[in-house]
Ligand binder design. Structure first.
Ligand code: AMX
Length: 437
């Protein structure tokens, strides 16, 4: 059985060659135009970044090295006794482009579990924070402070060659991923269950199995499986989204993986991005309270118009790239469809009913280019059903997940020797001058 590092050692030279060929044979090929609308419109649709692990199609949704979510559900190993994709098999696919065997997956799980405990100074740091500090702020602080351990940073200071960067980047990335469950679970404990003992990392469990256990839900098999699926499919969503792009930009300065990912987490913490899954549940519960027993398609429609007329966005709907229902939303809905207890849950039902009405309302409203649900529309209600009810914590789970994709790209960016990012900006006067020329 090979380790993920050994497989990468085989894949890296091939990818390096592919990039070399692209540079020598096609560097002047045109992929699109840069228009004023790109410069003033958040660069939407501008093809301007290299990102290896996944590509997002507006209609089909995400593909990880060419595999759709359904493909991944068919081929990626699950946990012993489970059915859902686990973080380790997704990480293996993202990093190497290959499907891991059962044995490779278990070995990676063990490798991560063996280094899953937090250094004492991180525990002290987290325990010193006020419980009212948003869990995402705490997560970013913990991740950034872990850079005390960075092997990449230490090696850089020592003076290493550029072609060795990726190996240290990989070590840091695996160390960070290994510790994320203990870090994120300690924040949960400190904020919501102060004083309760935290279980140690169980070396026989997968990453998310341990995470669920440390959150206090280890005996809830269905929630653990949901978290596995959730964390696997939120792992990567190509490079242009705000968290991935931020992490990529910061990494391009050769800041270590910890600092790069901490930066990405603070982009994820914005309500138009990852915080939407906290917002969705808050909004749906408010709707539930207002509608009481009168939850019909008509009353939901009215409620949606109320949100829109008050100038707010409908959280969980719309997307910068997608133009169809998000297949991640569909996969989470499918999880609900196979479990009677979820199907009977009022908030799960409300999310589903909202989906039956919202696209038509948003189309009539006429602003958003994508009237369909994104992943955040569905993710929170299932957590709530299983007793993980503190929705300010939800984006932390997204944060644990997104590390898979951002750290993968960090490794690839170093393996491919990508340069520091430095696009050109223009003032409005400078744009006008260019147009006249
Ligand atoms: N409800 C109401 N209006 C919406 C809307 C929504 N869900 N989505 C987009 N719009 C509006 C925009 O605010 C914009 O209005 P403006 O012209 O007055 O500024 C107009 O429609 C055009 O926007 P767009 O081109 O369709 O979207 P975008 O690419 O600029 O933004 C996104 C994408 C996701 C930020 C936006 O759809 C949104 O705010 N959605 C709600 C928040 C959300 O669910 N975010 C999570 C996204 C997934 C994720 O990152 N986790």
């Amino acid at each position: 059985t090979k380790t993920v590092r050994e497989v990468l050692e085989e894949v890296v030279p091939k990818k390096q060659l592919q990039l070399k060929q692209l540079k020598t044979e096609h560097s002047q090929a045109v992929l699109g135009e840069v228009k004023v609308e790109h410069v003033v419109g958040g660069m939407r649709g501008l093809k301007s970044m290299l990102w290896e692990a996944s590509v997002l199609d507006p209609l089909e949704g995400i593909r990880f090295h060419g595999l759709s979510i359904a493909d991944c559900q068919n081929v990626l190993p699950a946990a012993p006794g489970g059915k859902e994709i686990i973080a380790e098999s997704m990480l293996w696919l993202l990093l190497t482009g290959k499907i891991p065997t059962e044995a490779e997956t278990r070995q990676l799980s063990r490798q991560l579990a063996e280094k899953g405990e937090l250094p004492e100074y991180i525990e002290k740091l987290l325990d010193s924070l006020p419980p009212t500090l948003h869990p995402m702020t705490q997560l970013g602080m913990g991740v950034a402070a872990l850079n005390h351990e960075s092997k990449f940073q230490a090696a850089y200071e020592r003076g290493i060659k550029k072609n060795e960067y990726w190996q240290y980047a990989l070590e840091d990335s695996l160390d960070l991923l290994a510790r994320l469950p203990a870090l994120a679970a300690r924040i949960y404990r400190n904020v919501y269950n102060p004083g309760q003992p935290l279980p140690k990392v169980n070396k026989d469990l997968d990453l998310v199995g341990n995470y669920a256990n440390m959150l206090g839900f280890g005996d809830n098999h269905d929630l653990t499986e949901y978290l596995r699926l959730y964390i696997a499919i939120h792992g990567d969503h190509e490079g242009g989204n705000a968290s991935a792009h931020t992490s990529h930009l910061v990494g391009s300065t050769l800041a270590d993986p910890y600092l790069s990912y901490a930066a990405g987490l603070y982009a994820l913490a914005g309500p138009l991005h990852g915080l939407a899954n906290q917002e969705v549940l808050r909004w749906q519960m408010q709707m539930q309270k207002e509608l009481g027993d009168n939850i019909t398609h008509d009353s939901i429609r009215e409620s949606l118009w109320k949100t829109l007329k008050s100038g707010q966005v409908v959280p969980g709907y719309g997307h910068g790239v997608l133009r169809n229902p998000d297949p991640r939303f569909m996969a989470l809905q499918q999880f609900c469809d196979t479990r009677p207890s979820l199907l009977q849950d009022p908030i799960v039902q409300l999310v589903k009913k909202t989906y039956e009405v919202a696209p038509a309302v948003l189309k009539e409203h006429g602003k958003t280019k994508n009237p369909y649900p994104n992943v955040d529309a569905a993710s929170g209600c299932v957590l709530y059903h299983y007793g993980l009810t503190q929705f300010k914590y939800y984006t932390v789970i997204f944060g644990v997940s997104r590390a898979l994709g951002c750290l993968t790209q960090y490794v690839w960016s170093r393996a491919l020797g990508l340069p520091i990012e430095r696009p050109k900006s223009l003032s409005m006067d400078a744009i006008e001058k260019l147009i006249k020329e």
